[in-house]
Design a protein around this ligand. Structure first.
Ligand SMILES: C[S@@+](CC[C@H](N)C(=O)[O-])C[C@H]1O[C@@H](n2cnc3c(N)ncnc32)[C@H](O)[C@@H]1O
Length: 311
């Protein structure tokens, strides 16, 4: 693991999974407290102290799961307000049209990596306009979140599925990988490996959306989370996400190193003087043979896609 450059998020420390088998590993409460104590993260310490431990000092997994499901309900509310799924759809639907125009054989499998409780995939499935040749799959290493996503999709009668798997061990090949709010969790070499894994699995494209790093992003996140979030964990991790979001050039460099065969660039990079006006952007990679068809399908929105750029 690379040196930790910022305090960790609570949600990254209170669960642990074996990267090879996916099996859940028990987490000792005192170890998590020691990490946050070292960073003088008093609010995070308070959250961790509120999670019950068993007689051996390990966090009670059912309590952790219930907390994370509640937090993801709040993340979904925030995503709805910021119309995150609509933004992904704006890039994804023309990309799928580009695949069809380029005679790439269907079905087109779209995998949302780190899907949590499946907001994006469920939204896309409910929208129902991507085409019957598209398979929508959410993937997350947290079984409790995936189970919740499956339950919601069943209640909503949606045509999509959810898998428990590690972002670095994706077995199922996908045509397009996507994510929202996940890439800042991967630091240093892990970020390059994240892209490399998708390229090695034969992806024709990826679209990874996250908070755009800027001096005002943490302030905006703080204000928004104070006003809208109820769970202290969601508040803490939400603000930290804005602080930990990768600079644009870090994303471009890692994506190019990990996926040298894909044309790498940005979607929705903010060119306005006030970065607070556009909070999210995406690092994208696309098979060079598809670039023209994707641009053509984007039509008047094609200026939102910038390939071959540096920052
Ligand atoms: C901030 S949440 C975002 C959830 C979802 N994308 C959304 O927008 O609602 C980050 C998610 O990434 C998942 N995650 C983190 N590391 C992962 C890994 N190595 N493999 C799979 N999922 C991972 C977490 O379990 C969590 O659900």
């Amino acid at each position: 693991m690379p040196a930790v450059d910022h305090p960790p998020e609570i949600s990254d420390l209170i669960v642990d999974f074996d990267p090879d088998t996916g099996a859940r590993r028990r987490v000792r409460k005192a170890d998590v407290e020691a990490q946050f104590g070292g960073f003088r993260q008093r609010r995070a310490l308070r959250v961790v102290r509120g999670i019950p431990a068993d007689s051996e000092g390990f966090l009670v997994e059912s309590a952790v799961d219930e907390l994370l499901v509640r937090v993801h309900a709040e993340i979904q509310r925030l995503s709805e307000e910021f119309m995150q799924a609509r933004r992904v759809h704006d890039a994804l639907a023309p990309l799928l049209d580009g695949l069809r125009a380029s005679s790439v054989t269907p079905p087109y499998r779209v995998v949302d990596v780190g899907c949590g409780t499946g907001y994006l995939i469920r939204w896309l499935a409910a929208q129902g306009d991507l085409g019957s040749d598209v398979e929508l799959i959410g993937a997350d290493y947290n079984t409790a979140l995936v189970d919740h996503a499956r339950r919601l999709a069943a209640v909503e009668g949606l045509r999509c599925s959810f898998e428990v798997c590690n972002a670095f061990r994706l077995d199922e090949p996908a045509t397009i990988y996507t994510s929202i709010g996940v890439i800042h969790h991967f630091r240093g070499d892990a970020l390059t490996q994240f892209f490399a894994h998708q390229a090695a699995a034969g992806a024709r494209a990826f679209l990874h959306f996250d908070i755009r790093a800027s001096v005002v992003a943490p302030i905006g996140a703080w204000l928004f989370h104070i006003a809208r979030m109820r769970e202290p964990l969601a508040h803490h991790d939400g603000v930290l996400s804005a602080i930990r979001s990768h600079p644009t050039q870090t994303l471009l460099t890692a994506a190019r190193a990990g996926a040298p065969g894909l044309e790498v660039g940005l979607f929705d990079e903010d060119r306005l003087p006030l970065p607070i006006l556009k909070v999210m952007h995406a690092v994208v990679g696309v098979d060079p043979l598809l670039v023209g068809a994707w641009r053509a399908a984007l039509g008047g929105e094609s200026s939102r896609l910038e390939l071959g750029v540096s920052r």
